[in-house]
Design a protein around this ligand. Structure first.
Ligand code: SAM
Length: 244
């Protein structure tokens, strides 16, 4: 029997990474512009933030992800919430955004840019943006220099490319942007509707007969355990950027 570890662990979830509708909305409302002609959400997942963008801006949002089942969930949610006319899904790699879209004036991406590398994503998307276009991206970031040894060790393997806030700001500037704002997501945005849903799911899959499913469950529980002992040493930061 074939099992899909991603579907078993994440299937049906609306929120697929740390994030929070109230933060998405607050950052959106602080942008220097309110109307956009071309909006792209890169690595949208099941579209938690896509739905916030579409409802608030009342404009079409192009939702990009490589995993079709997440896009299907987004389409279902959009229908249920009466905004299907405002959301167009695209099953494609976010690295190919410049081939598909020209003149983006708002590119949003929560918890997903790391998949192609933060610096690489910013440089790649810059070629698809309108002059003065806005990029809002969240990135996992070291928040202080005192890091518990277990946390340091976990990310040595898990995300060796993680940078400090200052380093990410420098990367953004070197990639051609002005940094308008940075906002750190609070701890609750990791736990509510995300880790508190994932933890019991992962625990129930620990003795699964499929080794891949079991492995993903173990990794997920380790990630949650590391977060609990992290002492605020890392977090997700919103980088609000404008093409210079
Ligand atoms: C941690 S999830 C975050 C999803 C969503 N933004 C949220 O916060 O709920 C990362 C998403 O990026 C997608 N992804 C991974 N690599 C990608 C790529 N190269 N291009 C587009 N999407 C990608 C995954 O399928 C997944 O939906």
């Amino acid at each position: 029997m074939e099992y899909n570890s991603i579907d078993l662990l994440f299937g049906g979830m609306r929120k697929l990474g740390p994030g929070d509708d109230s933060y998405t909305l607050a950052v959106l409302r602080r942008l220097p512009k309110k109307e956009f002609d071309l909006i792209v959400d890169a690595g949208c997942g099941a579209g938690r933030q896509t739905l916030v963008l579409a409802k608030e801006l009342k404009s079409q949002v192009h939702a990009v992800d490589t995993y079709e089942p997440f896009l299907n969930k987004l389409s279902e949610l959009a229908r249920e919430e009466g905004v299907s006319g405002l959301i167009k899904t695209h099953c494609m790699d976010m690295a190919n955004i410049p081939d598909e879209f020209k003149g983006i004036d708002l590119l949003w991406s929560e918890g997903a840019a790391y998949n192609v590398g933060f610096s690489n994503a910013l440089r790649c998307w810059a070629t698809a943006m309108k002059p003065q276009g806005l990029v809002v991206v969240t990135e996992l970031t070291w928040l202080n220099s005192s890091v518990p040894a277990a946390v340091r060790e976990f990310f040595c393997n898990g995300y060796p490319d993680m940078k400090t806030n200052d380093e990410n700001i420098r990367i953004a500037i070197e990639s051609g942007y002005r940094v308008l704002d940075t906002v750190v997501l609070p701890k609750a945005s990791w736990v509510e509707d995300y880790y508190d849903v994932l933890k019991p799911r992962a625990e129930s899959l620990l003795n699964h007969e499929d080794s891949e499913v079991k492995g993903l469950a173990q990794e997920t529980l380790k990630e949650i355990e590391i977060f609990q002992v992290s002492e605020g040493s890392y977090g997700y930061v919103f980088y609000v950027l404008q093409l210079a």
